[in-house]
Design a protein around this ligand. Structure first.
Ligand code: EPU
Length: 429
């Protein structure tokens, strides 16, 4: 049982380095299953979702060599098509990419339905529709997706019913070694979709159009090994931007791609935050009170749903009323109850939150309900008076590399506290 204890009220100051993108890494690692040869990957974030995926690949027979905390060599030459252990697969969302990767490499897949952050109902019907369009028979049996292309996945023309990051990536992965050309319409354009395509192209795939509405994948016979550097994490960077804004700080955020952050930068500027862009760095300063604003979460390049809870903390501290409309998920506002316990004034009606700014938040014990909600609790704790204890931080550690160390480097008074399970159980009981 791990929790964070935060003594709030300290404006963040200093420099923070952003890690590789979680949502690119969790797509690229399963995609290495398609490669004949050794993949050398740099800027791999050291987070628990990545560690779980590496365990699954090892179980399948992958040889993985860690060259440094963020560099890996993966040799999948001798992997076998085993049923990935359900207790690992169910612990994170991106396990669904194993379906596309196994179908692509072996022509069949049996993977448990994914787990991960369950802030909303998150079906994968569009992924399965894509695999079916490519000739696979796909069934759901006893909590598993069972897909079989009888050895031959063919090209397809696929129209997903909605823009889905996961379906776009999963269909690309499955299509790379398929016979013929696959055309995917209504594609997600997120930076990690483009990164996955760039990785596969660097290994010999023929994917065009990534970053646009239509992606074309011309099937190739095999992929070769090579080196690739994962892009910086847009949402991790955005989270530190929001933390600087909420605490009235002045920080430099390094190893980023400013273009990926424009939707967040524009919104924080509207709120009165000064942001200066350099080549791969941003300086974020807040010296005046935050102004209220409105946000509607949308697919890229719109404002990301994964930044919704963090910007909500800034809005909770702004002078006036702000509005958030959640445009991606049916529900993603459970965390607002925790912020209200810290003194925020947020009312939620279905997909809309009205946030009346307050003069300040006060510390108390709060829970991280999911990864981004957890990040918002940390930001709220940094901005609040007194002490905040954030529980269930294993969610946060799924996606933020060394968040405690990085925040300490910015002057935050935050500690990671591990309680032995027995004692935690005793306290809880
Ligand atoms: N949807 C369906 N059917 C599908 C796929 C999606 O109905 O087959 C719906 C979803 O329920 C949702 C919407 O379509 O309402 C968009 O879902 P999408 O498929 O784009 O999301 P995802 O691939 O499951 C990824 C990220 C999420 C991020 C979303 C949206 C990964 C591993 N996860 O999820 O990241 O919120 O895209 O940008 O890439 C996070 O990092 O905290 C996180 C939750």
């Amino acid at each position: 049982m791990v929790k964070y204890m935060i003594q709030g009220g300290v404006p963040l100051r200093g420099t923070v380095n952003i890690s590789g993108a979680k949502n690119a890494a969790v797509a690229i690692l399963p995609a290495t299953l398609l490669v004949d040869g050794v993949c050398h990957l740099d800027n791999v974030p050291d987070i628990s979702d990545v560690r779980l995926l590496l365990d699954i690949l090892r179980d399948m027979g992958a040889k993985i060599r860690r060259l440094s905390p963020n560099s890996l060599e993966i040799d999948n030459t001798h992997v076998r098509n085993i049923i990935a252990p359900i207790e690992l697969v169910r612990r994170f969302r991106a396990s669904y990419y194993l379906i596309g990767a196994e179908l692509g490499r072996f022509g069949s897949a049996k993977v448990a339905l994914p787990g991960g952050c369950n802030f909303s109902d998150r079906p994968i019907d569009q992924h399965l529709k894509g695999f079916r369009s490519m000739g696979a028979q796909v069934d759901l049996k006893n909590g598993y997706v069972v897909a079989d292309a009888h050895g031959h996945l063919g090209g397809g023309h696929i129209f997903p019913d909605m823009v889905s990051v996961g379906a776009t990536i999963n269909i690309i992965i499955a299509a790379v070694l398929a016979e013929g050309t696959t055309i995917i319409e209504n594609c997600a354009k997120e930076p990690h979709v483009v990164d996955l395509a760039s990785f596969l192209n660097a290994m010999g795939a023929r994917i065009s159009g990534a970053g646009t509405d239509t992606i074309k994948v011309r099937g190739v016979r095999s992929l070769h090994g090579g080196s690739y550097t994962i892009i910086p994490d847009q949402i991790e960077a955005g989270t530190y931007m929001a933390a600087a804004a909420a605490t009235g700080g002045d920080i430099q955020i390094c190893n980023i791609i400013p273009r990926h952050l424009e939707c967040i930068t524009a919104k924080l500027r509207e709120m009165g935050v000064k942001i200066t862009e350099f080549d791969d760095t941003l300086r974020v300063q807040r010296t005046t009170p935050l102004r209220p604003t409105t946000v509607k979460t949308m697919v890229y390049p719109g404002f990301p749903t994964d930044m919704q809870p963090q910007i909500a903390v800034c809005m909770a501290l702004a002078r006036g009323a702000s509005l958030i409309t959640e445009g991606i998920y049916d529900t993603r506002f459970r965390y607002t109850g925790e912020l209200n316990r810290m003194g925020a004034n947020i009312q939620v009606d279905s997909k809309i939150a009205v946030i009346n700014g307050v003069d300040g938040l006060h510390g108390c014990s709060v829970r991280a309900f999911d990864l981004r909600a957890g990040a918002a609790m940390v930001i709220a704790g940094l901005a609040a008076s007194d002490t905040t204890v954030v529980e269930d931080v294993h969610y946060i550690e799924r996606g933020y590399e060394d968040i405690v160390g990085k925040l300490q480097g910015l002057g935050a008074m935050i500690k990671r506290i591990e309680t032995p399970d027995g004692r935690a159980a005793q306290q809880a009981g």
